[in-house]
Design a protein around this ligand. Structure first.
Ligand SMILES: NC(=O)c1ccc[n+]([C@@H]2O[C@H](COP(=O)([O-])OP(=O)(O)OC[C@H]3O[C@@H](n4cnc5c(N)ncnc54)[C@H](OP(=O)(O)O)[C@@H]3O)[C@@H](O)[C@H]2O)c1
Length: 282
């Protein structure tokens, strides 16, 4: 039986993957902090829930000890634990949000991979890291902390791949577009919080709302991503990256010159060239 240590198993995308993997006969070590959801996953065949917080190495070590009661080898580690955020980079709780995002999305992934490497070596397994469209297209305003975390995952993933190729462990990245999960719906609440507290961006944020609503309403069914993750896990010769669900506009933004993207934002937000909002308010 193939074995996988799967973080983010209690989330929108992860849970669907875990359910499919269970049906396909994988033994899944499903990792999360939500005990109720872990209890539901425990009912599935071959799924062993493990309570662990990816911010806390000791809790990950305890999960590994638990796992060792079942197996001493892994065919895969999947890093899906992650959070998002909508915030200014200079106002309010900007820095604590960024610290949390980097700690969970980036360091959490690094902790898990470093801890599980001996089991992966023994199982000749592979690592799957979850990036995002935000990891490779033009970075968006008010999504800076999330974009920075996913850019960091891209760099981390590529370095890790070029290191672990010397010991025969494939490292693969998944780059999902927008999918309807708790992670995405939370953005609307954070938008309202940011709008309420901002002292600089009232006008810009109000104008940005229609773009945000468009992206959120165009988000795909999370089930669409499951096949992609299964392919990354089961392909005999896995690709370096699996990209799914990136909208045309996002793709376009990745190939346009940066100044043109800036111009696009200014135009869409109907904001005059060279005019700063705080001056507008004076
Ligand atoms: N949904 C999208 O549109 C989208 C697009 C691109 C990339 N992604 C990426 O896909 C991954 C999964 O996202 P999702 O949409 O499924 O989000 P979600 O429904 O909000 O699930 C997030 C998952 O991360 C786990 N998690 C968060 N903090 C954790 C921590 N400190 N320790 C352990 N687990 C933690 C949660 O577990 P608990 O609740 O049990 O703590 C949950 O299982 C993320 O890496 C995200 O960046 C999502």
């Amino acid at each position: 039986m193939k074995t996988v240590f799967f973080t983010g198993a209690t989330g929108g995308l992860g849970e669907l993957c875990v359910r499919t993997l269970s049906k396909r006969g994988w033994q899944v070590f499903a990792v999360g902090t939500n005990r109720e959801k872990l209890g539901e996953l425990e009912q599935l065949p071959h799924v062993i829930p493990l309570h662990a917080n990816v911010r806390d190495m000791n809790s990950l070590k305890a999960a590994k000890e638990n796992l060792l009661e079942y197996t001493n080898r892994l065919d895969a580690v999947v890093n899906f634990a992650g959070i998002s955020g909508f915030s200014s980079l200079v106002e309010g709780e900007a820095i604590s949000l960024m610290e949390r995002l980097i700690d969970i999305n980036v360091l959490g992934t690094a902790r898990v991979n470093a801890l599980m490497i001996d089991l992966l070596e023994r199982g000749q397994g592979r690592i799957i890291n979850c990036s995002s469209t935000a990891g490779w297209v033009a970075s968006q305003p008010f999504a800076g902390a999330y974009c920075a975390s996913k850019r960091a995952i891209e760099a981390y993933n590529d370095s890790l791949r070029r290191e672990l190729m010397f010991i025969g462990i494939p490292v693969i990245k998944i780059q999902p577009g927008a999918y309807q999960t708790k992670l995405l719906s939370g953005i609307a609440d954070e938008y309202l919080k940011t709008l309420k507290s901002t002292t600089r961006y009232q006008t810009v944020l109000r104008r940005l709302k229609f773009m945000m609503d468009k992206v959120l309403s165009a988000a795909g069914d999370p089930q669409e991503l499951v096949d992609t993750v299964i392919k990354a896990l089961e392909d005999k010769h896995p690709r370096l990256k699996y990209r799914k669900g990136t909208g045309f506009l996002m793709y376009l933004m990745s190939v346009l010159p940066s100044r043109l993207v800036d111009w696009g934002y200014r135009t869409l937000l109907k904001y005059p060239w060279g005019k700063h909002e705080h001056k507008e308010r004076l």
